[in-house]
Design a protein around this ligand. Structure first.
Ligand code: NAP
Length: 367
């Protein structure tokens, strides 16, 4: 029997995920780069096994897993630090889950690492947290409800409650900064097209009010077409910015031009990396309890008529991420993963199992 290995256990999301795993009765091996911190956490959580691994020494990451294990990585920003864990999973024969939300990294997992994982007989589940599981679930449910004429899906992510200035972890800010400079994508006419992030703005009706949201590249664009072969369009929108959505669209258009000027992109990248740092913690339990998640999906026919709507609601994104990674790792270890290669949450676990897992992690269909 393999085991669950959690890499990045001493980070903000890693720590939450370790606790969620232990709450479920699992005994993961905890891995991180600083011995004193990972040992202390392993002791606190009931004498778990632990190991030291650093992405700067990929052989230490490779040594974490053997065939049959499940590797969960919360080491980010993934565009910088994510590849050693993928390589370790593929070479070691372990299934893999991560907490990324980063658009370019998700694309790389599906396009580059997926075929390697398929050859190795393992499954790769990227973006298995709040980014971007609820939208995959809501989208798949809406497409199922919409029936045979549903060929487009639009998904919107919104926050409920109060999001203070402490709502995002340092790791989230550092990862978002890296994504900001990179191209995004959409699913159009049945194929993936590259486009800038925040290229489009649209409104969804949420709680009786029109709420604006900006377009974003996510795992839904790769994963939903696998479960619904007729799907021509997938659009995912982030609704956290409210009235700032249109200014953000304008800024995205202007900066995409400016970033083409030689030297500007590396300069801005270096500035963002200096200003936005990871490993600086995140919202505490009280702050998290003040906000929640709303994710909506519309399935449409070829003319844009709405055939079905689904609304999911539940806990704060960080609590959901920890619970979902814990559920996913346990389910994969127990043989609940369908297929190999890069997988989406719906094709990876099956729609009914995923819906049950998301409910356990705190997000479910609103009545
Ligand atoms: N999908 C979602 O909705 C979602 C939710 C939460 C987080 N995330 C993403 O998950 C990632 C982690 O977020 P976070 O809030 O937990 O950030 P964080 O606290 O900054 O965690 C980053 C982790 O990476 C580790 N790390 C950095 N460099 C390393 C190295 N050379 N070798 C080994 N480990 C290294 C850090 O180790 P130390 O502990 O030693 O500093 C820490 O454990 C970010 O990319 C974030 O965007 C996504």
């Amino acid at each position: 029997m393999g085991r669950i290995v959690l890499f990045g256990a001493t980070g903000y999301t890693g720590d939450l995920t370790a606790r969620a795993l232990v709450d479920r009765g699992a005994r993961p091996l905890l891995a991180a780069r600083t011995e004193s911190r990972v040992r202390a956490l392993a002791e606190e959580l009931g004498g778990l096994d632990w190991a030291v691994a650093d992405v700067g020494r990929p052989e230490t990451v490779r040594a974490l897993v053997e065939r049959g294990d499940v590797l969960v990585s919360t080491v980010g920003p993934f565009s910088h630090w994510g590849r050693p864990a993928l390589q370790a999973a593929v070479d070691g024969g372990a299934h893999y889950l991560d907490s990324t939300g980063e658009t370019p990294f998700i694309r790389e997992v599906f396009e580059v690492w997926g075929p390697r994982a398929e050859a190795a007989g393992v499954g790769l589940l990227t973006a298995m947290g709040y980014d971007w599981v609820p939208g995959n679930l809501a989208g798949a449910l809406a497409l199922r409800d919409g029936g045979a004429y549903a060929v487009k899906v639009a998904i919107g992510y919104f926050a409920s409650g109060t999001m203070g200035s402490d709502a995002m972890s340092g790791g989230t800010r550092a990862s978002a900064a890296g994504v900001f400079l990179e191209p995004s994508f959409a699913w159009r006419d049945g194929r993936l097209v590259t486009e800038r992030g925040a290229k489009r703005v649209r409104a969804f009706t949420v709680g009786g009010k029109a709420r604006q949201a900006i377009s974003a590249g996510s795992s839904e664009h790769f994963a939903l077409p696998r479960t619904s072969a007729a799907l021509r369009e997938v659009d995912v929108y982030l609704g956290w910015f409210g009235p700032m959505s249109n200014p953000l669209r304008a800024f995205s258009a202007a900066s995409s031009v400016a970033l083409k000027v030689p030297g500007v992109k590396p300069g801005v990248g270096a500035l963002l990396a200096r200003t936005l740092k990871g490993s600086t913690g995140g919202p505490d339990a009280q702050a998290r309890s003040r906000s929640g998640s709303i994710v909506v999906a519309e399935a449409q026919d070829a003319h844009g008529a709405v055939l079905a709507e689904v609304r999911l609601e539940g806990v704060n994104g960080y609590d959901f991420t920890a619970g979902m990674l814990a559920w996913g790792a346990e389910t994969a270890l127990a043989g609940g993963l369908q297929g190999t290669g890069a997988l989406g949450p719906v094709d990876g676990f099956g729609l009914d199992a995923l819906e049950a897992g998301a409910r356990e992690a705190g997000i479910s269909r609103a009545a």
